[in-house]
Design a protein around this ligand. Structure first.
Ligand code: MCA
Ligand code: AMP
Length: 508
């Protein structure tokens, strides 16, 4: 029987060629070699089986970056389990929802979060709760070395699920995007070819988190397909990134990475002498960053566009012109159309909602058939919620969002969720959350709050009340207390007006 397990795509074709090459290289640790991958992931597969994880079971993971975290992801693929990574910034109150929703068989967390999560897990389900830290220690690894690697990669059909990635929604609650082995394999193959990956010769500089599509799939899958060594940094530390540039050829980052490189005095073209490609995505790259980077580094950043539900949809060309402010062309095998609100395709040059179709398109939202239905046209096109236009050559420009979404430093924040938490605070009558321009994060979260008069609220008091309830990156960085919110004739809060009023909050 044909086995479409994504792991085989990486392993069978490539590891044997790349055997003597390092895969992950983290400062202070011995490199993890490609030759070690099969046995290390096979051993973890045996560990998963010992813990009762069967094909189709969910494995939820909220851990720092480490070799073992990547091995665990690959082991879940091998075992046919569904991998669910969570942002390490989520609080235990937020994680409780994910455990209840996904009902994982196993939850792997950082040791310092164990006790808090044990309480949350007990309230909503009973997954095995084990630990893993950034140095590769933890209860998940106990006894691992005495296990024999399971040589059998579990048979999966292309449409079987490989991962669920939670993405917040306009209605407030996070939705689990179900991604299949074939979804991930097709996108990885397309990107590997489109960006002219040089098997063996490329070295990837990896400073992204590994709980999102960007760092986990786009970056690591290209490296795995190319058996490329990866400078695997714990996070985006500007000095470490600049130090590792001369030994790298490709970097992927969110616009904040590029803004910060331009702010750094030690960053210059000489540091980039071996680099062949800088890629940006997850949020709009400001045209001035694009131009400033070219002037300083001598490289035109290649901007691409995608979503958790779809992986990458469009990219500027590798060989052709990379134009600032555009996201390039639909990737091979992926169809894009710009449509009106009824799904009718619009002529070139007109702005509408970007819809797409292709082998990378997810299988729907986990246990949310109604939400899935609402985001698809009857003929299968997926409605991204991004406003865009296409020129005569079919080059795509993202011009805004139909969905009420803030992107801060590459992390998505849905105002509805934040407003819900603020409105729960005693003394708050109502609130409106908006994004305002921010030089480092692109957009910063700001809340405009009306009091109900029952007590005296302050900016710091409201921020303090949100601690533990929302991840730090979602918390408003400024709160404005006002008498009332502007509304239109229908009674709807006029967010555009608020964005205009508070536009200059972070202007230098
Ligand atoms: C950290 N903080 C933030 C953010 N990150 N606040 C707002 N927005 C953020 N993104 C806050 C922390 O809570 C903390 O606040 C303070 O900033 C410093 O925290 P630290 O961890 O030191 O921050 P950092 O290391 O400087 O992180 C900034 C970062 C990081 C490097 C830009 O956020 C990051 O790696 N972002 C990448 C996100 C990503 O991978 N997105 C891809 C999604 P305090 O001190 O007050 O506690 S996938 C996707 O979008 C699609 C598929 C796509 O197209 O790729
Ligand atoms: P996520 O839900 O984290 O996958 O975020 C996906 C959203 O990020 C998209 O729907 C876009 O709104 C945004 N996005 C990703 N890449 C770009 C880009 N290059 N330019 C503008 N927006 C982007």
């Amino acid at each position: 029987m044909k086995n479409d397990n994504l792991y085989l795509n990486f392993a069978k074709q490539r590891f044997s060629h790349g055997g003597e090459r390092p895969f992950l290289m983290t400062p202070g640790r011995k490199a993890l070699m490609y030759a070690e991958l099969d046995s290390a992931t096979g051993r973890m597969q045996s560990q998963l089986a010992k813990l009762g994880v069967a094909p189709g079971d969910r494995v939820m993971v909220q851990v720092e970056k480490s070799y073992e975290a990547v091995l665990l992801y690959l082991a879940c693929l091998r075992a046919g389990a569904i991998y669910i990574p969570l942002n390490t910034a989520y609080t235990s109150a937020e994680v409780e929802y994910f455990i209840e929703d996904a009902a994982p068989r196993l939850f792997v967390c950082t040791p310092c979060e164990h006790d808090k999560l044990a309480l949350a897990a007990n309230r909503v389900g009973q997954p095995h709760l084990l630990t893993l830290d950034s140095d590769g220690n933890g209860t998940f690894l106990l006894g691992l070395n005495s296990l024999d690697p399971d040589p059998a990669v579990v048979v999966r059909k292309g449409e079987d699920l490989a991962a669920i990635l939670y993405t917040s929604g306009t209605t407030g609650r996070s939705k689990g995007a179900m991604l299949s082995h074939a979804n991930l394999a097709s996108n990885a193959q397309v990107l590997h070819a489109y960006w002219h990956w040089r098997n063996g010769d490329d070295v990837l500089l990896h400073a992204l988190p590994i709980f999102h599509v960007h760092g986990l799939f786009v970056a690591l899958h290209c490296a795995l397909f190319g058996t490329s060594p990866v400078h695997f940094l714990p996070g985006f530390d500007i000095d470490a990134v600049i130090d590792h540039l001369p030994g790298s050829t490709v970097m992927m980052g969110v616009p904040t990475f590029y803004n910060r490189l331009l702010e750094a005095k030690t960053f210059n073209a000489d540091r980039c002498r071996n680099m062949r490609l800088f890629i940006s995505g997850s949020a709009p790259l400001p045209a001035e960053t694009h131009r400033g980077f070219e002037a300083r580094a001598g490289h035109r950043i290649l901007e691409r566009y995608g979503m958790t539900e779809t992986g990458m949809i469009a990219s500027n060309p590798y060989m052709g012109e990379r134009i600032a402010g555009t996201v390039g062309f639909a990737l091979p095998g992926i169809s894009v159309r710009i449509a009106d609100k009824n799904g009718v395709e619009l002529p070139h040059g007109e702005t509408g909602v970007l819809e797409m179709r292709g082998p990378n398109l997810f299988k729907g939202y986990w246990r949310m058939p109604e939400k899935t239905k609402a985001d698809f046209r009857d003929d299968g096109w997926f409605i991204t919620g991004d406003m865009a236009l296409m020129d005569e050559e079919e080059r795509i420009t993202i011009v805004g969002r139909a969905k009420d979404l803030i992107i801060s430093g590459g992390y998505n924040v849905y105002p509805k969720e934040i407003e819900g938490e603020i409105d729960e605070i005693p003394g708050v009558e109502e609130s409106a959350v908006i994004g305002v321009p921010h030089a480092d994060f692109g957009e910063a979260v700001v809340a405009v709050v009306v009091q109900d008069g029952s007590r005296d609220l302050t900016e710091s008091g409201i921020i303090a009340a949100l601690q533990g309830r929302l991840a730090r990156f979602k918390q408003p960085k400024r709160i404005y207390l006002v008498e009332e919110l502007p509304r239109n004739a229908m009674g709807k809060v006029q967010k555009a007006k608020l964005r205009k009023t508070y536009h200059a909050t972070y202007r230098k």
